[in-house]
Design a protein around this ligand. Structure first.
Ligand SMILES: [Zn+2]
Length: 358
């Protein structure tokens, strides 16, 4: 909090508001006293913010269900059904998925467009059409876009994803801002998934975790001390292009023997071999970061519980801190179908930090 003297009162108000909103949406029914405790704010400050939320139809007050049965009446606060909604857009190599969600990432409507050919104009045109369809009849807080990497999330640019029809340097966030006049945020799709996991999934229990994305290649998102770790120039982390064999086949990135090229889940034997390679690399990453958990997010459901259990055992045998730390390997709570809604978490994160106002 040493920077607090640098905030002016408006910024501080936004931060406090964001924090209260976060507690409101990430808990299913919260008391005013709990809000005060969790946010470290006075009862008066909470009362001021909550009253504003009630007036603006951001929150509603209800009696706690279980207490109603017991004849007691504790009034809890919940997200109002009338609160603004968020659009999430997920950009993959052969599809764009879209979802209209509430601020708890519950999906109100969703749609996906598939393609086998694409260029920048087509991509933007389809993304706009999906966003139009999602926002119809609703007040929108913002648009969160998640894309295959690499992306520059600070500038909102999709850089040069391999095997993506030559599409390159697309300033997608700015194009959306100009078109809709709404807050728009781009991030690497696995960072979006990790954010959603952090607010509403397994990540709630861990301040430090790695989300491992298994698709046709391999992706990673790193959460350190509750924050998404980003590389120094504002670009997403990459795992698929870590070299595992200096004499291996040439990759699209021009290096040899990249990890992503060894991901093969086509048979049982191939899956076990793949996991062996993966755990070896992962143990090195865990030696660097020592997370509390690795959350596996699969796109094609190739791994059974026996695979995850084996990964946990193997990984913990390999790490240097094996005598002191046990890293859990867990399955993501969010399925592939929830990808677009996970992208909406980009917007939520900005509301929680007080950067934009609900
Ligand atoms: Zn590569």
């Amino acid at each position: 909090m040493e920077n607090i003297k640098g905030y002016n009162s408006t910024l501080l108000r936004m931060k406090n508001r964001g924090q209260v909103f976060k507690e409101l949406v990430t808990n299913n029914g919260v008391l005013r006293t709990e809000l005060a405790e969790r946010c470290g704010l006075s009862k008066m400050a909470i009362s001021y913010i909550v009253n504003e939320f009630l007036e603006k139809d951001i929150a509603v007050e209800t009696v706690k269900n279980e207490e109603q049965r017991l004849g007691r009446k504790s009034v809890v606060l919940r997200l109002s059904p009338g609160a603004k909604k968020i659009i999430g857009l997920g950009i993959q190599r052969n599809s764009i998925s879209a979802a209209l969600c509430d601020c708890q990432l519950n999906i109100i409507r969703a749609n996906t467009v598939q393609f086998t050919e694409c260029d920048t104009d087509f991509l933007i045109e389809k993304a706009f059409a999906l966003a139009d369809e999602m926002m119809e009849g609703h007040q929108i807080l913002g648009i969160g876009i998640g894309s295959i990497g690499p992306v520059n999330f600070e500038k909102g640019i999709i850089l040069n994803p391999p095997n993506f029809y030559g599409i390159k340097d697309v300033p997608i966030a700015e194009l959306f801002r100009q078109h809709y006049g709404l807050p728009v945020f781009l991030d690497y799709h696995y960072n979006c998934a990790a954010r959603a996991e952090k607010y509403f999934g397994i990540g709630r229990d861990y301040k430090n975790f790695i989300l491992l994305g298994l698709r046709e290649g391999l992706g990673i998102a790193i959460v350190v001390d509750g924050k998404i770790f980003t590389r120094m120039v504002g670009a997403s982390s990459e795992l698929g292009h870590v070299t595992v064999d200096i004499n291996g086949p040439e990759c699209v990135c021009k290096k040899r023997g990249c990890l992503g090229n060894y991901m093969d889940f086509s048979s049982s034997d191939a899956t076990w071999k793949t996991l062996e390679i993966l755990c070896t690399v992962l143990s090195g990453i865990c030696d660097l970061l020592l997370p509390q958990a690795v959350i596996v997010r699969e796109e094609q459901s190739c791994l059974g519980n026996e695979h995850l259990e084996w990964m946990e055992e193997t990984l913990n045998q390999k790490i240097q801190a094996r005598d002191y730390q046990h890293i859990k390997v867990l399955r993501s709570y969010r399925s592939k179908e929830l990808e677009a809604s996970g992208c909406a978490a980009n917007v939520l994160g900005r509301v929680f930090s007080g950067e934009i106002e609900i």
